[in-house]
Design a protein around this ligand. Sequence first.
Ligand SMILES: *Cc1c(COP(=O)(O)O)cnc(C)c1O
Length: 735
Amino acid sequence: MRSTNLRDQTISFQKEFIHVPERIFHLVDLAYNLWWSWHPEARMVFKLLDRPAWKASGHNPIKMLRSLPEESLNRAATSKLFLRHYDAVISAFYSDIEDENCWFSQNVSMDGCSPVIYFSAEYGLHHSLPLYAGGLGFLAGDYIKECSDLGMPLVAIGFMYPKGYMRQVIDDDGWQHTVDEVLDRRAAPIMQVCLQQGKPLIVQVPMINPPLYIAVWKVMVGRIPLYLLDTDISLNEPSMRTISARLYSGDKNQRLLQEIVLGIGGMQVLHVLGISHSIIHLNEGHAAFALLERIRRSREKGSPYSRALEDVMNTTVFTTHTPVPAGHDIFPLELMDTYFSSYYPLLGLSRNEFYQLGADSDSIPSGFNMTALALRLSTYHNAVSKKHKETAYEMWKDRIPQIKQDPGSFEYVTNGIHTKTWIDPKMLRLFNEYLGQNWLSRQDSRIIWELIEDIPDALLWKNHMLLKLKLINRICKRSRIAWFERDISPALVLAEGSLLDPMIMTIGFSRRFATYKRADLIFSDKERLLRLLCHPTRPIQIIFAGKAHPDDDPGKEILQRIILAAKDPVFQGRIAFVENYDEQLSQYLVHGVDLWLNNPVPPMEACGTSGMKAALNGVPQVSIPDGWWLEGYNTKNGWVFGKERDERDDMRDASALYDLLEEEIVPLYYATDEQGIPHGWVTVMKEAMKAVGCSFTMKRMVTEYVNKFYVKAHEYQVQEKEKGISSPVSDTFPV
Ligand SMILES: *Cc1c(COP(=O)(O)O)cnc(C)c1O
């Protein structure tokens, strides 16, 4: 085998060479740590350095620093104003990521624990590192940011997708096309993991034939290292190089190889880097092969299968994320044979025993289901909202007998959002003023959130209107650029939002265009919709954004329907579809619209997070009773329509939505005083902020994962150690 444990060798993390004057030397460290992305004062450092260059780089400090002329950097290094800001931020940066008195050390007793290993197929961290498709990725990104803030020891593993990001281009017929955007590794905040003399580290995926090699990149997310696995290297056969090219390939073979790389390759990378670990947390089933690899390793050390299994189970946390069938990977057994026929004997299992691990029914397994595998190999498994727990339990109780026998074993931790990432900087300043400077460290206290009431209605409203203006300006600017740079028709320019009016009540709907999310529900009765949009005194407008998966034609058809409506003069420009939904556009939308719309087919939205992002910024939600809204809605902080459980009936749900908009929501929005302040509406805004700010945050979520699972898994290990049995699945050597 090429790679062995490298404890005795020097490992380095090669940054792109960037020349910066000595006095502002730490700028490079700051640029290489995504910490800057959730600290507005750190973003300001780059902005102050050279505002046009910051914009031109698309808010990517590495790209910007590489392109800056020497004189700009020299000027900054002698500017009093810049240096004052720089010194303050650098000192805050180091004291934050090195703080020993963090939440974790003060609140959690997991003495001597190794870092938790967190596996996720995608990470939504910032638009300069597009390694995400949707909600699952943002959840993972937000999670590791919060772990950094709290000082939770964790190491994250993910995938490097050189072509991970697809840019959405809409043609004149409203059809979605996608263009691969190739990630420039030299201009991304990633460092290559190298051996001596800067030779890139290459790791072979163990026991898999034909041989598969991976290069490794490291991303710093505050205190948390995230290692990205990259198969696009010359050592691999051409067909293997493209494994990591794209997120969620539709091709089963590619997909299986991706998951082999992530799970088995990921464990090998940890081993090679000498990263000690004990608890594994799988964010969805894509990396579940990591658990097989742990069993294989302890078998190699001589443990019986049953002992290895027990150990793996008691130290594994598995989070399942979706009731949508396409969200669960099932691989044909013949395909599994291709890669695993020499692997499962190493586990001490027969072919049939091995395939039983991935069986999703009691009968002869017809495919290998990754969710079933993860459920069987984890003592701690959880759903992502209270309702999803019931749905997931129903889904699996008859397929996996252990789950039926022990219903209590299925827990839930409702998802949350990383407050500092999703709050608009202007709102943040308002919160700092009214909630007290240290409100963030006390964000889970209800009392803090009552202080929202002290913000004068007029001030909050003015702030909100500025954000709305910013959103609409942004959208107009995007269509202006598209009009100028691409050959698009005038009708498409209008459809992309150039007729939006900041004085009109604005509904936002943006998310992936998966069919169950029913983006076109509000078009069910065109006449009623028209009456709402073009009401003589109380008009509304709707902004849509989102991408359909490249293989999802029904999703693209829904998208087309919306674009054709946006182009249709009959709607008078009150429908807009904004192209190429990404993290940056998402920020503008959740900060700037007036009302967030969420209308999935229940119970398909396991949780949903975009409504939380909106509510945190004072944008209340009108939603189907599904996912987090069943826990979040308290009658004062938004609206609910439709049925929680029933046959799908779009017309019924749409009617309920129209009724609510006509009778309650729109009149409330337009009920303003002489100064133009809608006090009734602002009351709902404040309730929305309070409810989410306190309970639907990443801090609450990380705390629950720690208390419900990590602490118990750690206790198990401590007990085993006390019995004198060293855990065969843990690598316990120091980093
Ligand atoms: C938050 C977010 C999502 C997930 O939104 P859901 O409401 O959970 O579907 C997807 N994409 C982007 C860009 C986001 O910011």
